[in-house]
Design a binder for this molecule. Structure first.
Ligand SMILES: Cc1ncc(COP(=O)(O)O)c(C=O)c1O
Length: 459
């Protein structure tokens, strides 16, 4: 049993874990009645791109532990960085003083970011990073004599997190709909429609999206505080792809003095799309850049919001001016998380410079494209290390949502040693970036096997 081996997180037998889990743990994004009806899976360890359950069975971590994992589990260099920091101090606050890892990481993030982003505000999750950007933008306009600029524009289908501010600017349908009455109003412009197969761009329709955005910004002229965008790929919307040049075009439409450009790279940053930051790849300097997930390589909760010195400086004043940014979290800039993020960033730079990441991304694209033409696969969307596989009936129709076909395929995938999460009847493939070309092909082969074992037998 792995939980008796070194590397296990806890010595409790799996049956005790399951019993306590079932009795006490309310799981995120779960219909708990459904969760409790499903076979339990207790993860006891991990190594590289693999997770190991309490019975010693191994699974490819096909969702990178919810889109966070970069170099794999128990990466020796990251573990060493963490141990070294543990020998110094595990946690000390950034309220009133500082520490080496936070200062050093801030400097490294600024070096990675497009020129002009020089200030780093830490928090500890993606929603937090976005909330910080929104609040800083809102306060900036008040401090600079433009209090009428309160409007926020987002893109249809956007997901920026589950706190009230991020729900307000997001557009995640039934995830958030019931909370609308408590959310501040935000406007949304339509997303482009872009089909890709195996990484090859097909026809794209960004024209309508950009025209609608231009019209919306014109109508709201002078009242927009910020526009927020997940650049290149909207992850939680089901890996919705934007055509080349789209991010730049959106940023150009919303250039100052219209409003701040907020790029949410919580999902796309840190190698997920092949580069450290998509905005740099796209040649766009936002006013706010939101980072989390891969920032700490999937090890510890850490997030950061980068912004311009000119925005930061608008908050300066004496103590009684009330200009300070009154926002913070207990674990803001935790030293362990910052130490592991520094180690991860250095390792990632080397993988990109050596071309290793590009070769793996190409291998992933090839593997995913092999699913094209499968009778139960509809649209395929892939970019970098992310893909969505839309499931469909052999006659091309959609399944009834209540049948939970995506979930059924993911449960079958588990039996083939693969952990995947569905989004409705789409399978989201989000591998850790450490998987080698053979493992990436295996991930897709196991996905195909799970589809083949399940869908042809459904009435
Ligand atoms: C683009 C984007 N922004 C923000 C978030 C929220 O991050 P967190 O779950 O860490 O709050 C997510 C989570 O998936 C995301 O994909």
């Amino acid at each position: 049993m792995l939980n008796m081996m070194s590397g296990a997180s806890c010595d409790a037998p799996a049956s005790a874990t399951v019993a306590k889990d079932r009795r006490h743990v309310w799981h995120p994004f779960a219909q708990m009645r459904e969760y409790l009806s499903l076979p339990p899976l207790v993860i006891a360890g991990g190594r590289g791109g693999w997770l190991i359950d309490s019975e010693g069975r191994e699974y490819l971590d096909g969702n990178a532990s919810i889109w966070t994992n970069v170099h794999g589990h128990r990466d020796p260099e990251l573990d060493d960085a963490l141990r070294a920091q543990l020998d110094a101090v595990a946690h000390t606050t950034l309220l009133g003083h500082t520490h080496g890892p936070a200062a050093e990481l801030a400097a490294e993030l600024v070096a990675e970011a497009p020129a002009g982003l020089e200030k780093v505000f830490y928090s500890d999750n993606g929603a937090g990073a976005v909330e910080v950007a929104l609040k800083q933008s809102f306060q900036f306009w008040q401090l600079t004599g433009r209090p009428e600029k309160t409007g926020v524009v987002g893109m249809a289908g956007a997901y920026h997190g589950d706190t009230f501010g991020t729900m307000a600017v997001g557009d995640s349908g039934f995830f958030h709909e019931r909370f609308r009455p408590w959310c501040f109003p935000a406007r949304h412009f339509p997303a482009p429609r872009c089909r890709e197969h195996g990484g090859v761009p097909g026809e794209a329709d960004a024209t309508a999206s950009l025209a609608a955005l231009r019209e919306l910004l014109g109508r709201e002229a002078g009242r927009t505080a910020a526009l927020i965008l997940e650049p290149s790929v909207q992850g939680a919307a089901g890996m919705r792809l934007q055509p080349p040049g789209f991010v730049r075009a959106v940023a150009a439409l919303c250039a100052e003095p219209e409003g701040h450009r907020v790029l949410d790279e919580v999902f796309t940053g840190f190698g997920r799309l092949g580069s450290i930051l998509v905005c740099k790849q796209e040649g766009v300097t936002p006013d706010f850049l939101c980072l989390a997930k891969g920032l700490s390589a999937g090890y510890l909760p850490l997030a950061a919001t980068l912004t311009r010195t000119s925005i930061h400086d608008a908050f300066l004043g004496d103590h009684v001016s009330g200009r300070a940014f009154f926002h913070g979290h207990t674990f803001t800039g935790n030293p362990l998380a910052c130490a592991v993020a520094l180690a991860s960033l250095r390792k990632l730079r080397a993988l990109i410079a050596d071309g290793v990441l590009a070769r793996r991304a190409a291998a992933f694209a090839r593997a995913v494209s092999s699913l094209a033409g499968h009778p139960h696969v509809g649209e395929l969307r892939q970019r970098g290390f992310t893909a969505a596989v839309d499931l469909r009936r052999a006659d091309g129709g959609a399944y009834e949502p209540a049948r939970r076909v995506g979930l059924q395929v993911c449960l079958r995938a588990r039996e083939h040693g693969l952990i995947l999460r569905p989004l409705g009847d789409s399978l989201l493939l989000v591998p850790p970036l450490c998987l080698d070309e053979g493992e990436l092909a295996e991930l897709v082969a196991r996905t195909r096997r799970a589809i083949d074992d399940t869908l042809p037998f459904l009435p």
